[in-house]
Write a protein that binds this ligand. Structure first.
Ligand SMILES: [Mn+2]
Length: 295
């Protein structure tokens, strides 16, 4: 029960406190940016998303529903393990494994993209056949960088070793032409020529029924999403990103989701708000109740 005359609570979407046991979606804020190479600042990302999310109208015309009663539980921010990225991944993996064991959906807020490695490791302890769908401007397919195998630039190389297959969408920056054999890459040119819905249908064809979705916000065009460490021109529009998720949700089961790489710019709130809304819509398309839901 919320007293009168108070602003929304300091949790994701400003929802009423619920018992963790009753929750369906567990938000895991991870303010971690230890391996960035260009501009740092993603450690402030989770807090900015949560703050923005408190100011959202919870009825969504896109979903045709208010899904705020679904059972969102916001964990406290995870302390970074700075001893090594490997240890940080281990910490995240344990947490994600636990959330999945209890039949809940983990929603990770970054933080740098490296956290996806830990999340996917955690998923792999519970699931055998699953795919990772990556939305990103960058392929992140290097085997190592600066003598480390756990870097934002090596995320998909590590993921490729764990998941059965993966698909990368919106790519427009890559270190090499060749990709690992179980990864299908959809460059931005293909998105332009075929349209995002056709790409989503193709991704659905080439991936397992159960998917882990990782959204690096730099997949979006910098005009809409300037608050990222490594911006690339010619990205997706927000609407296209939503159509992609909506289309994928028609045939896939979501087993985990992360939204990463938000590096907030002071006084520029729109990108933070965009990220919050994206989280809400993504959950809604996959598991929300109401029109257009796949409950
Ligand atoms: Mn990226």
């Amino acid at each position: 029960m919320q007293p009168l005359n108070t602003l929304p609570k300091y949790n994701m979407f400003g929802v009423e406190d619920i018992d963790y046991k009753k929750s369906k979606v567990v938000i895991l804020p991870i303010p971690y940016d230890a391996t960035v190479t260009y501009k740092s600042g993603t450690r402030d990302g989770p807090r900015a998303i949560i703050e923005a999310s408190r100011n959202m109208e919870l009825y969504s015309y896109e979903l045709g529903a208010d899904i705020s009663g679904l059972g969102f539980y916001t964990m406290d921010e995870m302390a970074p393990d700075l001893s090594s990225p490997e240890n940080m991944a281990r910490r995240i993996a344990r947490e994600v494994e636990l959330i999945l064991s209890e039949g809940k959906l983990p929603l990770l807020l970054g933080g740098e993209h490296t956290l996806t490695i830990g999340a996917v490791q955690g998923v792999a302890r519970k699931k055998k056949n699953f795919s990772v769908v990556q939305l990103d401007a960058h392929a992140d397919g290097r085997d190592e960088m600066f003598n480390s195998r756990y870097m934002h630039a090596t995320v998909m190389a590590r993921v490729g070793e764990i998941a059965k297959s993966s698909a990368s969408v919106g790519i427009r920056s890559t270190h090499a032409k060749s990709q690992s054999k179980n990864t299908k890459t959809y460059f931005m040119g293909e998105v332009h020529s075929k349209g995002i819905s056709a790409i989503a249908k193709d991704v659905a064809k080439h991936t397992e029924k159960e998917i882990y979705l990782t959204i690096d916000l730099d997949v979006l065009d910098p005009s809409e999403m300037p608050s990222v460490g490594t911006p690339e021109p010619d990205g997706l529009r927000f609407g296209e990103l939503c159509r992609f998720v909506e289309e994928l949700a028609k045939s896939k089961k979501l087993i985990g989701l992360d939204i990463v790489e938000l590096s907030p710019i002071p006084q520029l709130h729109a990108p933070n708000y965009l990220a919050a809304k994206l989280a809400y819509l993504a959950v809604g398309y996959f598991i929300g109740s109401g029109k257009g839901s796949r409950a």
